[in-house]
Design a protein around this ligand. Structure first.
Ligand code: G3H
Ligand code: 13P
Ligand code: ZN
Length: 332
């Protein structure tokens, strides 16, 4: 058993309480690679922001769970080396789908886990979440649950339609499951194609797709019923059009990719939404920089030559999210 406390990590409890009270949100960035980890930590340290580094089941399969855990430990030491005296870094399991996976992460240094029972019938979601909570709380690990289903693909949990969270269920669900935070469905979804062109309108000037607004009425109703309770938004990449254009200009093919407008995330951050998940924007920033680099310097073959600009571009994006969208800068 390795406790996250030995690794210098923190759970989400205090961080979320401060974020809800302060009207900002903590960034939850997914990572699979060294360059993502470095960029996340550099951005968090430079902006003096707490940060959640999250690992999906797919990331564990790609990079190996043990390696990622040591990378998180390394991230804490790296933050200190960069001058941050008291880094507030959470290592979080994203979309855990079984008790066994959550237990394995808790036993191996994670400070927070998500148990995603959103595709299960209501009572089964409560029972599974409660089982994870009972185990996690013994070790002071915090637990995120999910109620309502996001459109698109949630790791191995597939759903073709979005089922918004029902506000009338949130008090019963959070009380009986004992979860520490709740991911809700109000119209966000995973990936770079969050809406079909048919669901959007087109800006007549630019020709770009304008997505439908998030269901803020549902968010406000949930907040009213669960005052001060930490709410989480998944699928919150904005799919920056300049990155999409760079990718498409350098041999990529991402037609009509569309995300959540940043103004709406800025508005959500001021509410009880205290964790905002961003993965796709990091993938786009990395891919755009690498495609551009290869186009301009076809002779390069040392990975450091193209991963360095990729890392810089991700760092720029992370800083932008922290300062301009979530407002978690200067909160250490
Ligand atoms: O919610 C999904 C995250 O973006 C993780 O994606 O399962 O491909 O690592 P992944
Ligand atoms: P995006 O695909 O919008 O980045 O969402 C990531 C996410 O929700 C991870 O759990
Ligand atoms: Zn997610």
């Amino acid at each position: 058993m390795t406790s996250y406390k030995e690794l210098g990590l923190v759970n989400t409890r205090e961080m979320f309480a401060k974020a809800v009270a302060g009207g900002y949100a903590i960034p939850a960035f997914n990572f699979n690679t060294l360059e993502q980890m470095q960029a996340i930590i550099q951005a968090a340290v430079e902006t003096k922001s707490p940060v959640i580094m999250q690992v999906s089941k797919g990331a564990r399969n790609y990079a190996n769970g043990t390696i990622l855990r040591y990378m998180a430990q390394g991230a804490v030491e790296y933050a200190k080396e960069l001058g941050c005296e008291n880094p507030q870094i959470v290592l979080h399991l994203d979309h855990g789908d079984t008790f066994e996976l959550c237990k394995d992460c808790i036993d191996n240094g994670f400070s927070s886990v998500m148990i995603d029972g959103s595709s299960l019938p209501y009572e089964e979601n409560i029972a599974l979440t409660k089982k994870v909570v009972e185990y996690a709380h013994k070790y002071d690990v915090t637990v995120e649950a999910e109620l309502g289903v996001l459109a698109g693909v949630e790791d191995e949990v597939a759903s073709e339609v979005s089922h918004y969270t029902k506000p009338e269920e949130v008090v019963d669900f959070s009380t009986r499951s004992g979860c520490d935070s709740l991911a809700i469905s109000i119209g966000t979804s995973h990936g770079a194609y969050k809406f079909t062109p048919e669901q959007c309108t087109r800006d007549p000037k630019t020709g770009k797709l304008v997505p439908p607004p998030l269901a803020f009425d549902i968010l406000h109703e949930i907040e009213k019923r669960l005052p001060g309770f930490p709410i989480v938004l998944h699928g919150s990449s904005s799919v920056p059009q300049d990155e999409v254009d760079t990718i498409n200009a350098h041999g990529g093919k991402l037609p009509d990719a569309v995300g959540i407008p940043e103004e709406q995330l800025r508005e959500a951050s001021k509410s009880a939404v205290c964790k905002i998940n961003i993965d796709s924007d990091s993938r786009l920033a990395m891919t755009a920089a690498i495609r551009k680099h290869f186009d301009e310097k076809p002779g390069d073959f040392d990975p450091r030559q193209y991963l360095k600009p990729a890392r810089e571009n991700m760092k720029k994006m992370y800083i932008h999210k922290i300062v301009e969208v979530l407002g978690s800068n200067n909160k250490l």
